[in-house]
Write a protein that binds this ligand. Structure first.
Ligand code: GLP
Length: 245
């Protein structure tokens, strides 16, 4: 089958993208499958290699394909459906899916709260709080970048914890005896900036989902204010809505 301009007004790379998308939807190409090379696609569809490359690159950017250096391009795993119903942490969520959660601590320090953080944590601007920056991965694949600001009596002890191999929420609950009760969370669309692209291994400008969470412990005390950046292509956020009676 050849793609040609006579087929319609759609550019050739776009037609090839749709053909490949169709193959994924029809399960002809499954998660983890190696897709044909640029050369094979160009021969099969009678298009230039550049056109084939553009179609592949766009599907990589959309998260449907991923590239492995020296190996080729593969069909991505299915998106992660993240529920927005219960208050859970990253480690719990990923483990529940049967995947291997991992964390790279980018920084952990006591620093003064800025105005926005102070407002969310209901403290004075400039008060010293524990700030943790982490890259979160599942089965070695980077999924999110998170900055958590924590305020509770003794939060500086977190500096001594192995935060690379421990879940923050499990530490808070099991070691510090803090019960997480509820959280408020905002979800916003965005784009991955050049600062984040390398860590998330995504091209600059890829879609991102930003969340802002304030988590509360007993007596309605805010304990964590966190901003997370999730790779937009890899996530579906799910909630269930009941109509008011
Ligand atoms: C989610 C939340 C973060 C929270 C984290 C705790 O990712 N967005 O605000 O800090 O879970 O995860 P863990 O217990 O794995 O450290």
């Amino acid at each position: 089958m050849h793609i040609s301009h006579r087929k319609g007004p759609l550019p050739r790379y776009y037609q090839l993208k749709e053909i490949m998308r169709e193959k994924i939807n029809a399960q002809e190409w499954k998660s983890g499958d190696l897709i044909p090379s640029e050369r094979e696609l160009s021969e099969q569809y009678g298009i230039s290699r550049m056109t084939a490359r553009q179609a592949i690159t766009e599907l990589v950017n959309e998260g449907l394909f991923y590239r492995e250096q020296g190996k080729g391009t593969f069909v991505s795993r299915h998106k992660i459906t993240q529920q927005l119903i219960h208050l859970t942490g990253f480690t719990e969520d990923i483990s529940a899916r049967g995947q291997r959660p991992a964390t790279r601590v980018l920084s952990a320090q006591m620093c003064p709260a800025d105005e926005t953080t102070a407002e969310h944590l209901r403290i004075k601007t400039g008060q010293m709080i524990f700030t943790l920056r982490r890259l979160r991965l599942a089965n070695d694949e980077p999924l999110a970048l998170e900055v958590s600001h924590l305020n509770f009596i003794g939060c500086e002890k977190l500096l001594e914890e192995d935060l690379e191999h421990n879940s923050l929420y499990q530490l808070l609950e099991n070691t510090y005896g803090l019960t997480l009760i509820e959280a408020e969370q905002e979800l916003e669309a965005g784009l991955i900036s050049n600062k984040e692209a390398d860590l998330l291994q995504m091209p600059i400008g890829s879609p991102a989902l930003y969340t802002c969470r304030t988590a509360y412990t007993e007596r309605n005390l805010p304990i964590e204010y966190a901003r997370s950046i999730y790779c937009g292509h890899k996530y579906i956020f799910y909630t269930s809505l009941k109509r008011e009676q």
